[in-house]
Every structure is written in C-alpha cells, then in structure tokens.
Design a protein around this ligand. Structure first.
Ligand code: TTP
Length: 401
C-alpha cells in the first residue's frame, strides 16, 4: 500500500514561521512535522508519495529518496487548488490501494492502521466534544458513510472527519470529475459526495488517538507539548558538566553541551550542537534546536528555539517560538500573560483569534534580532529579519501581510 502525504499548502495561517519553509518542515520535538507523519504511517505502507508545492525543493532535500527504508516519490502540485487536486497529482505513481494523510497533522500510528484495516474506500472519524466546528460524518444504518456536512449548526453525530482517507486507484476518475467548491477549491469531501451518489460503500474507520492539526503558530507549541509527552526518562548523549541539575524527562543529543549551573525541568530536548549555560534555567515543554544557544541567566519555558537561535544572556522566553538564527539581545523579555488573565489573542490572516491559551508569548520569524532590553508583549508576531532597537517595547505585530 502507498502512503500519499499532502504537503503542498502555502501555510499562510502559520506566518511568519512559514515565510521561509513549508509547514511540514516545522520542527516538532526531535523531528519535523512531516517526519512524524511518515513515522505514523510507515508500519502500514510500503512506499510514500509526497505531494509538494510551496517550497517543495526543501522537502525533497530534507527527506530524500527514502525514509527509514521506505522509498519516497515526489509529485508536484504547482498551485494549491485543493485537496482533491493535490491527491490527483499522485495518479502517475500510485497503482494500488493507498492512504492519504495531511503533512501537517500529528496523529498516532493507529490512524493509518485503522484506515488500512477498514478495506476498500474509508474515511477516518473521531469523536469530538463540539462537532459544529468540524466536517461531521453521518452514517447509514450499517455504519458506512452517508454524508459529510461542514460545520453544521445541528450536528447529526459527534464524529468529525479527520481528513485522512484510504482509496482504491479508481478514485482518480472521481477526482478528475470533482467540481469546484464554493470557496473555489477542489476538495476531497466533494469527491466523497460523488462516490456516495454512485452508491459506493465507504467505510468509517473510528479513531480515538491524538489528532492535532498544526495550522496556526501556537499549535506548534501544542504539538511540541504532545510530542514531548512521550519522552520517557533521560537520554544524555551530549556533554553534561558537573553542577547541572536535571529533573524529569530530558534528552541531550550527541554534540550538545550543558554547562555548569544549568537547571533543566523536563520534558526538554536539547538538540545536537546546542549549547546551554552556564547558569540557565530551562523548563518544559521546550526544544532547544540544533546549534542553538541559551546563555547565562536566561530562563526558557515551554518554547521552541529553532536551529541556530540564540538567547545570549539575562533574558526570559516563555510560551514562544523563535525561528532559525533568531538573536535575542541581553535583557530581552517576553510577556506571556495578560493582567486580566484572559486568553491571549493572535492575528491570523487579519483576524484577531482567541488562541485558547492563558499563556502565550511571541512568534518570531527567522533571523530576527532584538536590541538589548527589548520588551515583547504577549501574542506579538515578528516577521523574518526584523530588528528592534535597544529598550524597545513591542506591543503590536511587526509583520507584512
Ligand atoms: P490547509 O491547512 O487547509 O492549507 P495550508 O496548509 O495551505 O494552510 P493555510 O490554510 O494556512 O494556508 O491544508 C490541509 C492539508 O492539505 C495540508 O497538509 C496541506 C495540504 N494541501 C495541499 O497539499 N494542496 C492544496 O491545494 C491544499 C489546499 C492543501
């Protein structure tokens, strides 16, 4: 069986983190999001086909021609015209039954397994508390798919469409016939309607594991928390100097260094080549990325520092994402809590969205540099390459839309 992974999207809601990389290459724990997807499926598929588009060359370079002994083919979707259009690009390669997974979701291996075991054409469904914000699946009396209704006011069931499917190769003919949806995309849910109209049997594979869409910046923190939840014990392959205190699950990869006086409260992953300390305090769930640097008297809590990011000295970084090669000047402090205790809001494609988080710091694009004593307010986004001056107080987004 093939695993077709959709990774062609533009990832606009995730800006500025996707300004220089496709969303599936965002780091989650010790791997990229895409690698988590491939890992979830590799027990049930023999080969992968990755549908690339936006900055697809980076995906080809990162994954290469095989992933953990599974051959990987790539097909190109030149414009992100919808999920049905994306899957259709795989037709020249795929000649047997296949599962479809999004390249930006965190799921357990039991999801592709359930789809594989369902046989024939299958959609994955999971029970949710508030179905009205999802595509809701209704079933026939014998439990097969009757309809998928998008965001219904009066949901017929509490089963949400997970967006992962199993198809036979005859799906390509239906994908070709799929009409454009109201929002101007070719969507695979429309294709499923064509199948139902043809009285085709579509199994509903029930799934109750992790299902985390990583579409908006704070969801990268949630994904990191979820991935690091699986850490068990301590794995210390790097250098840990005398006078370092480690509590809970901690990974120090080969080539990383923790200097004297560092205190770590897991779950925390210190990636290869990173240097932490002396006298720094790292609290979970945190990933200090490859070759990143956290210096003297710095506290980092619940944060993702991407490769080469540097927080040199006397700074606080909480509930935040720092892009590649970000450099925080001494005394840069991040606010992550409102005085009124309300949830932090973040701007996503022009809308001020409730993140559902009482604590959220800042989302910082690659190569940003802050001047000394910069204050960054909760929920602020800073675009790739921006600079702040000494003592600056940043209370509004600094990104070009
Ligand atoms: P979305 O999250 O809907 O789209 P996106 O990734 O471009 O993000 P944004 O809305 O923030 O711009 O896509 C769901 C999945 O399908 C995701 O894995 C990307 C993939 N996809 C394609 O491969 N091609 C497409 O044309 C579309 C619309 C999505």
């Amino acid at each position: 069986m093939y695993g077709v992974v959709l990774a062609a999207g533009r990832g606009t809601r995730m800006r500025p983190l996707t300004d220089q990389r496709p969303k599936p290459l965002l780091p989650v724990g010790d791997r990229t999001l895409l690698e988590h997807v491939l890992d979830a499926a590799r027990d049930v598929v023999d080969a992968f086909v990755v549908v690339t588009g936006y900055r697809g060359e980076q995906i080809r370079e990162a994954i290469g021609e095989s992933y953990r002994d599974h051959p990987v083919d790539y097909v190109e979707q030149t414009e992100p015209r919808g999920t049905a259009h994306a899957i259709a690009q795989a037709e020249p390669v795929v000649d047997e039954r296949f599962v479809v997974l999004n390249g930006d979701v965190l799921v357990d291996p039991s999801l592709p397994r359930a789809l594989a075991d369902a046989g024939g054409t299958a959609v994955a469904a999971t029970e949710v508390a508030d179905p009205s914000s999802y595509g809701v699946i209704s079933t026939t009396s014998d439990g097969t798919l009757a309809r998928i209704v998008e965001k219904p006011a009066d949901p017929p069931t509490s089963l949400a469409n997970v967006g992962c499917y199993a198809f036979e190769p005859d799906i390509f003919e239906y994908l070709d016939r799929t009409p454009e949806s109201e929002r101007g995309e070719y969507e695979v849910t429309t294709t499923l309607e064509l199948l139902v109209d043809d009285d085709r049997i579509i199994s509903v594979a029930q799934y109750d594991g992790t299902w985390l869409d990583v579409g908006r910046p704070w969801e990268l923190l949630t994904a990191t928390e979820t991935a690091l939840d699986d850490l068990d014990g301590q794995r210390l392959a790097g250098t840990v100097e005398d006078g370092v205190h480690l509590h809970g699950p901690v990974v120090v990869e080969d080539g990383a260094t923790l200097r004297s006086g560092v205190s770590v409260e897991g779950p925390v992953v210190i990636r290869a080549g990173a240097e932490v300390g002396p006298n720094a305090y790292i609290r979970g769930a945190t990933v200090v990325g490859p070759d990143a640097h956290v210096g003297h008297a710095v506290e980092v809590k619940n944060a993702v520092l991407m490769a080469g990011a540097s927080v040199g000295h006397q700074s606080y970084v909480g509930d935040s994402v720092l892009g590649r090669h970000v450099n925080f000047g001494a005394g840069t402090n991040v606010a992550n809590l409102r005085h009124d205790g309300e949830n932090i809001r973040l701007t996503v494609k022009g809308d001020h969205v409730d993140t559902g988080r009482r604590k959220l710091g800042v989302i910082v694009g690659d190569e940003v540099k802050t001047g000394i004593n910069t204050s960054l307010n909760a929920g602020v986004r800073i675009g790739v390459g921006e600079r702040t001056g000494p003592g600056e107080v940043v209370t509004r987004d600094r990104v070009s839309e």
